[in-house]
Design a protein around this ligand. Structure first.
Ligand SMILES: [Zn+2]
Length: 188
């Protein structure tokens, strides 16, 4: 047993600990199904997806967000949209915990995504070995596999998903309802 426990003049360590965890938990608010955190927030050592202990694993990302209305511009001219996106997008950093199960699930989604995408390449090449009028079939199947694989990998790898970012705060989507419950309601 550490000596501090017997020393009545030692600083109140238990109190310090509980106030520290309290600040950590209140550094965010729930806004419906979204979790609002200040930019640069360090979320507690709980899994963002299921609220299980994260055992110290930290997942850090810089998040970007652009007002969805700008998507109209994408339909008119994708290159201009990309330029506008790079200039107008809002960004913010956030760090969250992730449990072993969700870490594994993320790696698996990335792996399946890559394998599916790569399988699209030989599938498309089959077009060289089939009669002319069957050629579109392997070509289309190959492209579908590549796009599907990329989508599965990209969506499955997402952890911190911004629904909105403003000057100070980030609204995170797809957060565990149990974790959300531990935050006070958002007062706009
Ligand atoms: Zn989890």
């Amino acid at each position: 047993m550490p000596m501090e426990y017997d020393n009545p003049y030692a600083p109140p360590m238990a109190d310090l600990d509980s106030s520290a965890s309290l600040t950590e938990v209140t550094d965010g608010w729930r806004d419906g199904t979204l979790l609002v955190v200040p930019k640069g927030a360090e979320l507690p050592d709980r899994c963002l997806k299921c609220n299980a202990p994260a055992h110290g694993y930290r997942f850090k990302r810089t998040l970007y967000w652009l007002q969805p209305a700008w998507f109209i511009l994408f339909l008119m001219s994708p290159p201009i949209y990309i330029v506008v996106y790079l200039i107008v997008r809002k960004k913010g950093k956030a760090t969250a915990g992730l449990c072993l199960t969700h870490r594994k699930r993320r790696v698996l989604a990335i792996l399946i995504g890559w394998l599916t995408s790569l399988a699209g390449i030989p599938t498309a090449f089959l077009a060289m070995f089939v009669p002319d009028h069957y050629r579109p079939i392997p070509l289309i199947a190959g492209v579908v596999l590549m796009v599907a694989g990329l989508s599965v990998g990209m969506i499955g790898s997402l952890v911190l998903i911004p629904k909105r970012i403003d000057k100070r705060f980030i609204w995170l989507n797809k957060v565990s309802p149990d974790l959300l419950e531990s935050y006070p309601p958002w007062r706009a």
